[in-house]
Design a protein around this ligand. Structure first.
Ligand SMILES: [Zn+2]
Ligand SMILES: [Zn+2]
Length: 153
């Protein structure tokens, strides 16, 4: 469970404006996080698009261009005055949709280390990343090595 403080830190890292959360809102975002995970777990491109479409239906409330805070024009997917839950739902649903267009439905994944629950955006050159981090990849490599040594004896 994330809890208000942890989620608050994530929102600040990702420059979500007005990130202050109530306990109820934190809970709503945890539920939304489970929905987001389905996009990364999708077995194929069609399933992934369907998962993102479901998020778009539920998480967005009208798309428009904005240049707030001197930023270059970008899309927002819910009105400015929406609360933090609505804005996080909108930016994650819309962001995944835009990414799916650019990455042709690929380059989203779940960490292959069995004990890790992290999902990731694959920015590697060949797009074949299996782990969320080098740390998880190394852990599994060491584990495999040990298992093989044992089997060889
Ligand atoms: Zn913005
Ligand atoms: Zn991992």
């Amino acid at each position: 469970m994330g809890g208000v403080r942890e989620i608050d830190a994530v929102l600040r890292t990702h420059e979500i404006r007005r990130p202050a959360l109530t306990a109820r809102q934190a809970q709503a975002l945890e539920v939304w996080g489970v929905r987001l995970r389905a996009v990364f777990e999708a077995p194929g491109i069609d399933e992934r698009c369907a998962a993102i479409n479901a998020l778009l239906v539920e998480g967005t409330a009208g798309v428009f261009l904005t240049t707030h805070d001197g930023l270059r024009p970008h899309l927002h997917f819910t009105p400015e005055d929406d609360d933090v839950v609505g804005r996080v739902r909108a930016v994650t649903a819309g962001g995944l949709a835009i990414f799916a267009v650019e990455a042709e439905g690929r380059r989203l994944g779940t960490c292959a280390r069995s004990t890790c629950v992290t999902v990731f955006v694959d920015t590697s050159r060949n797009g074949r990343r299996g782990y969320c981090s080098a740390r998880c990849g190394n852990h599994d490599a060491v584990h495999r090595h040990r298992t093989q040594n044992r089997a060889g004896r």
